[in-house]
Design a protein around this ligand. Structure first.
Ligand code: ADP
Length: 687
């Protein structure tokens, strides 16, 4: 016998008038089950031949066939092996056919007993309308819609031929069953039935069969509905996630993304109110900006403060896990999974006013950090939160988290770009200015030295002038290079700070004596010191503090002509910081230049026309130092000719350590500080 021949086609060949019909798999399953049940319910044995196509379809029914085999010894089960199915004789005869056999594409069930015959001979329709195989990569939920064509009938003649063909095929695979198969033929297929396929009515009550068939069909339909419902839910979820993802792709603005998300979520989950807001774990409340209301009768929360201290919200903030409360009106929070500890009693009036009967709170989290929250409120407790709804909101929360992170990264990138541009501008300016600052004294030195070299007869006084001009400019260059290096060190954060508790007056004294030593021959204005003894100690690096004081004093003296006056004053300000002021009665500063004086190379005459000496870097250094010491520095002046005041603040040492630090080791402190300063100053000069 030809193993690849189709049983259905063979049947058609024998009975050309046989009409075929199309069946969905769900219908065939129902039919097969009804036929099997009928066989089980029929007294006496039956010949039962079942072809399952593939081993996997057989496996689901193996148990049922074991039961059927208890009623009859003529039960044959055929399938194409996939893993363990093999030919053999256990409870019933198993025939593992060649997978290339056309049996693997057909579904047969033949039942013949003394009361009736019934058979189902079908073949799977391989091509769909689009030309693809019906069962290629079909989701399991769609398996029920596989289509078959063939016959299902009680007609004894058709059943006889179907059984005959099947037994022939079995004999081909299992020749050792020859005797058993002959017995089957002798018992069930002895006389070929009458010619006409339509005449003989089945000798069986059709009612139980019909009602069984109905039950199985209904069950199949129910499965289909379930499958479609799950597909519809998946589709809805995907649509929502896609909608929000595409909003994220179109804009980096979280406001716009939140606006879309809050509306879509509210509508999809049929919530009376939905809220989306940004927040952090330490926030206690937020102002609501994004809200969706299903009806205008629900009170709006827009522009209102929304407390994050409410128990469910706080619990979500702490656990970073969603909380779903089905019924907020109950005595406890029944329905809130594992959240029975939440006490909503204090919230009852608010929940009632805002009509929050069911509450879903889902955090927006990125890498363990809380970025925001999604809340859905329903006024109907009947409709609890399903796990599907919760998962949907969680999926949206993930998308929103990504959008927030993207927006933040974009904003950071923007400000980083601006900083880079500003740095680039500063760098170019700096190169231009530094070049000029160094060239000017260098040119002077060069001219002086060339004149001295080329004019040996130059008068002695002129020679002296040339030499001292060259020396002055060399000194200016040295200071410039030193200040420049100091500032670069400060700006690049390469300075090691040695913080300690210091009495400010000691630093003032040191700054003053170094000023006097440097300007021994110059006419200094009178300098007044008002630094009370009882001031608290400051926490600072002594060397740098003296440096700041020296620079401010230098400037005050430089820009104050006699008989002007310079003063140094210190007090504890209203913020508890120690505030030091270096004031003078000199030339003053235009109010609109009060900030600019702290810029590098700022000089009133303009960066490229210096006349007053100095490097233009002193105040920039002072600002860097004071900021690093945790204080602030600023200038005040009533304007031109009105004198200037330079103020800076420093943190004071906490009260407990103050008296001890101050009383006994004052002397020690002082000498230690002075010694260390000397050592460090030497180091820096080298640098
Ligand atoms: P330098 O004094 O070396 O030029 P600074 O950075 O110390 O550099 O000061 C920058 C500029 O600020 C000075 O050139 C001057 O125009 C202005 N300035 C600083 N201190 C005073 C002051 N006490 N009175 C008036 N102007 C001042």
């Amino acid at each position: 016998m030809n193993r690849s021949a189709s049983i259905l086609e063979e049947l058609w060949r024998r009975l050309p008038d046989l009409r075929s019909q199309v069946y969905f798999k769900s219908a065939l399953t129902a039919l097969s089950h009804a036929m099997e049940d009928q066989a089980l319910a029929t007294p006496g044995p039956s010949l039962i031949i079942a072809n399952f196509q593939q081993e996997r379809f057989y496996r689901q029914e193996a148990q049922r066939y074991r039961r059927i085999a208890e009623h009859s010894d003529q039960v044959y089960v055929l399938a194409a092996p996939e893993t363990s199915f093999a030919s053999g004789s256990e409870d019933y005869e198993k025939i593992a056919f060649d997978p290339s056999d056309s049996l693997s594409n057909e579904w047969h069930l033949v039942v013949i007993n003394r009361l009736y015959s019934i058979c189902l001979v079908c073949r799977e329709r391989q091509l769909s309308d689009g030309g693809e195989a019906d069962n290629v990569s079909m989701p399991s939920s769609m398996d029920q819609t596989r289509r078959f064509e063939g016959v299902w009938t009680f007609n004894p003649q058709v059943c006889w031929h179907a059984a005959d063909l099947m037994l022939e095929r079995i004999a081909d695979y299992r020749p050792e069953l020859e005797e058993k198969l002959a017995a089957a033929r002798a018992q069930y297929l002895q006389v070929p039935p009458a010619e006409s396929p339509d005449t003989e009515p089945p000798n069986v009550d059709p009612d139980p069969f019909a009602s069984r068939l109905m039950t199985y069909l209904q069950a199949g339909q129910y499965k289909l509905i379930k499958a479609y419902r799950s597909i519809a839910l998946k589709e809805r979820r995907e649509r929502l996630v896609n909608l929000i993802s595409s909003a994220i792709r179109q804009t980096l603005d979280p406001t716009q993304i939140f606006a879309v998300a809050v509306r879509e979520l509210g509508q999809a989950l049929q919530a009376e109110r939905s809220l989306i807001y940004s927040c952090h774990s330490q926030d206690q409340q937020v102002t609501i900006e994004h809200e969706f209301l299903a009806q205008s009768s629900v009170p709006s929360l827009v522009n209102q403060a929304w407390s994050l201290e409410a128990p469910p919200i706080r619990a979500v903030i702490e656990s970073l896990e969603a909380i779903a409360i089905d019924d907020t009106t109950g005595v406890d929070t029944a329905g809130a999974d594992d959240n029975s500890a939440l006490d909503l009693a204090s919230l009852r009036p608010t929940l009632k006013r805002l009509q929050i009967c069911s509450w879903l709170v889902v955090p927006i989290v990125h890498q363990g950090n809380l970025l925001g929250m999604i809340e859905l409120h329903r006024s109907d407790i009947q409709q609890g939160w399903t796990s599907y709804e919760r998962e949907l909101v969680e999926a949206i929360a993930v998308q929103l988290g990504l959008s927030l992170i993207q927006a933040e990264a974009y904003a950071n990138l923007g400000s980083l770009n601006q900083q880079l541009e500003a740095l680039e501008r500063t760098r170019s300016n700096l190169i231009a200015i530094t070049g000029h600052e160094l060239r000017t004294p260098l040119s002077t030195i060069q001219v002086c030295l060339e004149s001295l070299a080329s004019e040996p007869d130059m008068p002695l006084e002129l020679r002296q002038v040339m030499l001292s001009t060259a020396l002055e400019d060399a000194e200016r260059m040295r200071k410039l290079v030193q200040d420049f290096l100091t500032l670069s060190q400060l700006e690049s954060g390469r300075v090691q700070w040695h913080m300690e508790a210091l009495p400010v007056e000691e630093c003032v004294e040191l700054a003053l004596s170094s000023l006097k030593a440097r300007q021994r021959n110059e006419d200094l204005p009178s300098i007044k010191i008002q630094v009370p003894d009882e001031l608290p100690l400051v926490r600072a690096d002594g060397e740098w503090l003296v440096e700041v004081l020296s620079k401010l004093l230098d400037n005050a003296c430089k820009f104050t002509e006699s008989p002007g006056e310079v003063s140094i004053e210190a007090h504890r300000n209203e913020r508890g910081m120690l505030e030091v002021t270096v004031a003078d009665t000199g030339r003053g500063i235009e109010p609109n230049r009060l900030d600019a004086v702290f810029d590098r190379f700022y000089q009133e005459e303009g960066a490229l026309r210096r006349t007053a000496g100095g490097t233009g870097l002193g105040l920039a250094i002072c600002r860097q130092v004071i900021l690093n010491l945790g204080g602030q520095i600023w200038a005040e002046s009533a304007g031109r000719g009105q004198g200037s005041q330079f103020h800076f603040t420093l943190p004071v040492v906490p009260p407990r350590g103050r008296s001890g630090d101050r009383s006994s080791p004052k002397q020690g402190n002082k000498s230690k500080g002075t010694k260390r300063k000397g050592a460090k100053r030497g180091n820096r000069a080298k640098a």
